[in-house]
Ligand binder design. Structure first.
Ligand SMILES: Cc1cc2nc3c(=O)[nH]c(=O)nc-3n(C[C@H](O)[C@H](O)[C@H](O)COP(=O)(O)O)c2cc1C
Length: 402
């Protein structure tokens, strides 16, 4: 029986010292030139010191003109390599490994950032958050090639800066997710139609990266179990994409789910939402599998590893609130965390600002941790609301993430 504190060697030889993985949490701590700030670097020191074996950064954008959120870091070239080196160094303290998550938002780039976002096809966003996004236009074939190159460039810079690996973000409804989904991707060229065509962008990015990075540099993939809509990316499709990426030599697969149209399933439901699917994936691939979303108890985390349902436990909100959760676990001080639903006390207002508050609370806590301040555990939404408005003005009210 495997213990959660046991190390694991990825197939390429990289050793991760335990099975705790900090899942990506967009910190929004980039400066106005999209560079990492001292705060961001501090935060990663704290997380590395806290005992996590594998740390995934918040999503880093590969294209300055296509950003998902206010405060994103962008990596297109070596211009800011010194700052990136400091970030990588902070995240590799204490024997931790740090992977840079690389992303392109596609149509999930809000109006405040993109007048006209791009996607596989000109399919507008749906659902209650859709008012915040302009209808995308379809990328040309040449533009797709440029995006492939941008992902590869960013990965090369990450390696040069000293990151331990990269993670391709193909989950949560962003560009790569959009290409995978038959709902969002209605192309009739080689990037649309069959599953093989819909996954072509992802495969080109991966193989291009592999060629430049070599076989011993870890490349991970974050992917949805499905996008939970009929006519969308199904679990069957997901498994086929995962198996293909496994054959191609991907080093780690992180299972997640949801998107801006279905934010409630981004693991924010009750319990470890994707564990059954992760277990199924684990049976059918040779790459290690991480599962993220909804873990809150020491027992639940341990059991998933002991039962061989996953190789890594991805934790986002719990590690934001308890940055040294793995250290606490090791000495028996961590048993469970309660993730509260924040409320303003006003039902009507809660309905309107619920998702903003849910997100800005965690961003606010990351800023506190970065400044060596204690995390504030609260159910009161007002402070987080104030934090969001203070940083972004009224545009805070435009949803940027589910
Ligand atoms: C503040 C915040 C920022 C997030 N940023 C990212 C991101 O940049 N990339 C990503 O793949 N997921 C992101 N997520 C999703 C988490 O990685 C994770 O999949 C989700 O929160 C469920 O895990 P949890 O139940 O442990 O929080 C974010 C979540 C939160 C709360």
């Amino acid at each position: 029986m495997t213990n959660i504190l046991e190390e694991l060697q990825l197939p390429n030889g990289t050793t991760i010292k335990n099975r705790f993985m900090k899942a990506a949490t967009s910190e929004t701590m980039g400066d106005k030139n999209y560079r990492p700030t001292a705060e961001l670097i501090n935060l990663y020191k704290v997380w590395a010191d806290g005992g996590t074996g594998l740390i995934i950064t918040g999503n880093v954008m590969v294209d300055q003109t296509a950003r998902g959120e206010f405060g994103n870091v962008v990596v297109e070239d070596t211009q800011n390599i010194e700052l990136l080196k400091q970030w990588a160094k902070a995240g590799t303290q204490n024997g931790a490994k740090i992977f840079m998550q690389l992303n392109h938002p596609g149509k999930q780039s809000p109006k405040t950032i993109s007048k006209q976002p791009v996607s596989a096809s000109a399919v507008p966003m749906e659902g209650s958050n859709s008012f915040a996004f302009n209808t995308p236009r379809a990328l040309t074939n040449n533009e797709i090639k440029t995006i492939v190159q941008k992902f590869i460039n960013a990965a090369v810079v990450a390696k040069e800066a000293g990151f331990s690996g990269v993670e391709i973000h193909a989950a949560h409804g962003y560009l790569l997710s959009q290409f995978l989904s038959p709902h969002d991707n209605q192309r009739v060229d080689e990037y649309g139609g069959s599953l093989e065509n819909r996954m072509r962008l992802l495969v080109e990015i991966y193989t291009g990266m592999r060629e430049k990075l070599g076989s011993d540099f870890p490349i991970a993939l974050k992917i949805n179990s499905s996008d939970l809509r009929s006519g969308g990316f199904s679990e069957e499709d997901s498994l086929k994409v995962i198996q293909k990426m496994d054959q191609l030599g991907i080093d780690l697969i992180e299972i997640s789910g949801g998107n801006y149209e279905k934010p409630t399933v981004q693991g924010i439901g009750k319990g470890a939402f994707f564990i059954d699917y992760a277990a199924k994936v684990k049976q059918s691939v040779k790459a290690p599998v991480a599962v993220t979303g909804g873990f809150s108890t020491a027992n639940g985390m341990s059991k998933a590893i002991e039962n061989n349902e996953a190789d890594f436990i991805g934790l986002a909100r719990p590690i934001v609130l308890i940055p040294d959760l793995p250290n606490q676990f090791e000495v028996g001080n961590f048993t469970a965390i309660q993730l509260h639903h924040l409320s303003t006390g006003l039902k009507g207002l809660d309905k309107k600002v619920g998702s903003l508050v849910g997100l800005s609370y965690y961003q606010q806590q990351m800023f506190r941790v970065a400044k060596q301040l204690p995390v504030q555990i609260t159910e009161n939404a007002w402070s987080s609301l104030g934090f969001a408005v203070k940083r972004q003005g009224l545009s805070a009210f435009i949803p940027q993430r589910g």
